[in-house]
Ligand binder design. Structure first.
Ligand SMILES: Nc1ncnc2c1ncn2[C@@H]1O[C@H](COP(=O)(O)OP(=O)(O)OP(=O)(O)O)[C@@H](O)[C@H]1O
Ligand SMILES: [Mg+2]
Length: 317
């Protein structure tokens, strides 16, 4: 059973896909299935997990770490987390600062950096920095980056980050210029050059995030009350940020034909939610995935989900 409503055409042609949604609705399953299906369709795909729980390694039944590892032909996996990225970020900043400052103030500069790194939100910035590089397509081995994200709130904060960082970099640039007392030409000052560089990278990132041709956010939900509410909130926030909603995956839909009284009753309840989904998200492309008899774990059980995603994307094998 695969009830599609127009499917999610062109899904595999994007360069960046995010899978978001409430906890436990099937984000990891759908992200992994999509990555697998797109890799089978010939795209070079990197599946990135940003969720500290990292269940991609469970699905592919092998360890995945903070650098891309080959999983299958055309498919790589990567698991990144805030703490590791923060440590990497601090190392990189210290390396950069070492070039800029003399030995005498280096110790004090390092102390300031460590202090900044321990501030609330710093780890998130570091994680975002790593994601930013991936979104900008800096690793040219891949045509498509599929992000399996942590539950929605966290991810939407990341999507909003360019806006916040933009204001922050502008302010730093202004105060640095005021300090130097220069007009116009920033090329002489290494700090202004570095800020300019950050600013340019941020603009590229933003452009790629906001372009519907490059990036799409797929919202996964199940036909129940709270996931529907969370989806409505996420859509409103994404619309507000300017990131395109690529479509909805309504997961775990019960089989229509059943003689079992319990399942029939459950199905009737589900009908109410499916109607509500149609009423509230009628204009959004969406697909439905069935409730499978068992957990989706390992390649064998991921296969049918991957085929459903390929069919939805309009790719037949
Ligand atoms: N259609 C389905 N049929 C049967 N089991 C499913 C289906 N979709 C997902 N599952 C199972 O439900 C569980 C949760 O799915 P998954 O890990 O993909 O959700 P998630 O949204 O990534 O969760 P989390 O928020 O914890 O990261 C897993 O055990 C998965 O195998
Ligand atoms: Mg998950």
């Amino acid at each position: 059973m695969l009830l599609t409503t127009g499917g999610l055409p062109g899904l595999f042609e994007r360069e960046v896909l995010f899978f978001g949604g409430k906890g436990g609705v099937g984000k990891t399953t759908c992200a992994a299935a999509t990555a697998l299906a797109a890799s089978r369709a010939g795209r070079k795909v990197l599946l990135v997990s940003t969720d500290p729980a990292h269940s991609t390694s469970d699905i592919f039944e092998r360890p995945i770490g903070p650098e891309p590892v080959p999983l299958l032909p055309n498919l790589w996996g990567l698991e990144i987390d805030a703490a590791t990225e923060s440590a990497r970020y601090v190392r990189e900043v210290k390396d950069r600062v070492r070039v800029l400052f003399g030995h005498s103030i280096l110790k004090e500069a390092y102390k300031q950096i460590d202090l900044a790194a321990s501030m609330p939100g710093a780890e998130e910035v570091a994680l975002f920095d790593r994601m930013g590089g991936l979104i900008r397509g800096e690793d040219t081995r891949f045509d498509l980056i599929v992000f399996d994200t942590a539950p929605t709130g966290h991810t939407l904060r990341l999507v909003k980050m360019p806006e916040l960082m933009d204001a922050w970099i502008r302010a730093l640039t202004r105060s640095r210029r005021a300090m130097l007392g220069v007009e116009g030409d920033d090329k002489e000052d290494p700090i202004l050059v570095s800020l300019r560089d950050r600013f340019d990278r941020l603009q590229t990132l933003r452009a790629r995030l906001m372009s519907g041709r490059t990036t799409a956010f797929v919202l996964v939900l199940i036909p129940e009350r709270l996931p529907i509410e969370e989806t409505a909130r996420a859509i409103a926030q994404l619309d507000d940020t300017g990131v395109k909603v690529g479509g909805l995956v309504v997961n775990r839909v019960l089989p229509a034909e059943t003689s079992d009284a319990f399942l029939q009753a459950r199905r009737a309840q589900e009908r109410v939610y499916l109607d509500e989904i149609a009423a509230r998200f009628g204009t959004r492309p969406r697909i439905f995935l069935p409730q499978y008899p068992r957990d989706v774990y390992g390649l064998a059980s991921l296969g049918p989900v991957a085929e459903a995603m390929a069919a939805a994307a309009g790719v037949s094998r």
